[in-house]
Design a protein around this ligand. Structure first.
Ligand code: URA
Length: 198
């Protein structure tokens, strides 16, 4: 993990960070994944969405949120005036866990310095944590997502503090569509925050 931290810190740009991750061999997931799934969207965007880990579609294409979860995420973003060109999208783990199992705590912790550095280099005004692993990893809360969602957590960037909004993961919403109303509330909070009204 110290190795990961030193390497992540050495990256002075997102391109450098991506290149460093391509050479990073201390996360076992990289040996079973087809592709590194680094990011999609606009690195100059004000808002950065952070999911959990790539699935089969993302692994094949090499970009996050390309499958059904991604299509739902795109619809939700669109409903609040966002699209891939006006947002930046990444995951806490950049390689697909075999068979879509959840990443283990060890896999999450070895990759954590890289997503932290990625967030620093994007320098967003607002972070949106999609689901429990992203929320717990980035905010340090132990609360489950149904308790944490709709809350803004402080997030320390090198030069300033921004906010991280916790919300439900689109994959969960596909399984539990009745919960979409909670996610809509969160996305309205997101819109208000971007408009300086929350
Ligand atoms: N789920 C995630 O958390 N991330 C992806 O990129 C795709 C599905």
């Amino acid at each position: 993990a110290t190795d990961a931290r030193a390497r992540a810190r050495a990256a002075q740009s997102l391109d450098e960070l991506e290149a460093i991750l391509k050479d990073f061999e201390s996360c076992p997931l990289r040996f079973t994944a087809k592709n590194l799934v680094f990011a999609d969207g606009n690195p100059a965007a004000r808002v950065m969405f952070v999911g959990e880990a790539p699935g089969a579609d993302e692994d094949r294409i090499g970009k996050p949120f390309m499958g059904r979860s991604g299509q739902l995420l795109d619809r939700m973003m669109k409903a609040v005036g966002l699209e891939r060109e006006t947002a930046y999208v990444a995951n806490i783990v950049p390689w697909r866990p075999p068979g879509n199992r959840n990443p283990t705590p060890q896999e999450v912790s070895v990759c954590k310095p890289f997503i932290e550095r990625q967030i620093e280099l994007v320098d967003p005004d607002l972070i949106v944590c999609l689901g429990s692993p992203s929320t717990q990893t980035l905010t340090g809360t132990k609360d489950g997502i149904l308790k944490a969602r709709g809350r803004f957590f402080p997030y320390r960037l090198p030069s300033r503090e921004v906010r991280a909004l916790a919300t439900l993961h689109p994959a969960y919403l596909l399984r539990q569509p009745v919960q979409k109303r909670l996610a809509w509330r969160d996305f309205r909070l997101l819109r208000a925050a971007l408009d300086g009204k929350a």
